[in-house]
Design a protein around this ligand. Sequence first.
Ligand code: FMN
Length: 177
Amino acid sequence: MKIVAVCGSPRKGNTEFMLKRILTQAEKSEISTDLILLRNQRIEFCDGCLSCDSSSVCNKRDDMQMICSKLEDADLIIFGSPTYFDNVTGMMKNFIDRLEFLLSQDKLKEKRIAFVAVGQDSNKSIESTIGFFEKFANIASMIVVGDLSLIAKDYQDIESDDEKIAKIDEFTKNIIN
Ligand SMILES: Cc1cc2nc3c(=O)[nH]c(=O)nc-3n(C[C@H](O)[C@H](O)[C@H](O)COP(=O)(O)O)c2cc1C
């Protein structure tokens, strides 16, 4: 089994910690893992040409080709994002826009996906972020196997909270089984 996680935070904070914790726990079950930090990737904006709908090719040459091939190979994909204004970060949204290339070929269809999101305010705000991810999964005809929302504001809020770490570990067990 192979898990590919994609982190949409611009900083080394809570979302990255959650995803790393999930992947470290999964590795204990002999699962191979890969973490893609979007902040370290070169991903241009979708320019809306829609040529991928007819030619199945994206004209842009950046890190999306490498990322898309990893997503195609994955048995389980995990998307993680902080909540910014009740939604995913711009970085994550830009990445998702560029996935039209894969969706147009049904390449993610029936693949399993899970979501994690953090936010400082309230579960309602974070649920809105998860809601956006769910809409994407629905459009892509993917199978959602779970989601986890945690409240956190500063860089290490989750890392320093044993109860939240226990929730991440429980979540991991559920999505890998
Ligand atoms: C521009 C911006 C907008 C934000 N908007 C929200 C929001 O709408 N709701 C919320 O709960 N938290 C909001 N936050 C707080 C972040 O979600 C929170 O700090 C989170 O822990 C960041 O995750 P990270 O450590 O993985 O980067 C916002 C933060 C920033 C920088």
